[in-house]
Design a binder for this molecule. Structure first.
Ligand SMILES: [Zn+2]
Length: 82
């Protein structure tokens, strides 16, 4: 097993990657592949811009994992600021 195959196991976004991620990024302590990381930032940016959960025609471009992670983060932030 290569070092990349080992690292890819840390990426929780998807079980199978072709190609495998060779470098992982960290989002709030979660290790994810660069594609998912970028998608998370973009999904969060859109959410903040709209001030609410983006509509389905935008959400469909993001994986369930990305949506859930950002929604969890946002719900936590809302609780903290209350
Ligand atoms: Zn991934």
């Amino acid at each position: 097993m290569s070092v990349y195959q080992d690292k890819a196991k840390e990426c929780k976004c998807c079980g199978k990657h072709v190609p495998l991620p060779v470098r992982l990024k960290e989002f709030n302590g979660i290790k994810v592949c660069p594609t998912t990381f970028d998608n998370m930032l973009e999904y969060r940016r859109i959410w903040n811009e709209m001030g609410k959960r983006p509509p389905g025609n935008i959400r469909k471009h993001f994986s369930d994992y990305v949506q859930k992670t950002i929604e969890l983060e946002i719900s936590k932030n809302i609780n903290v600021s209350d």
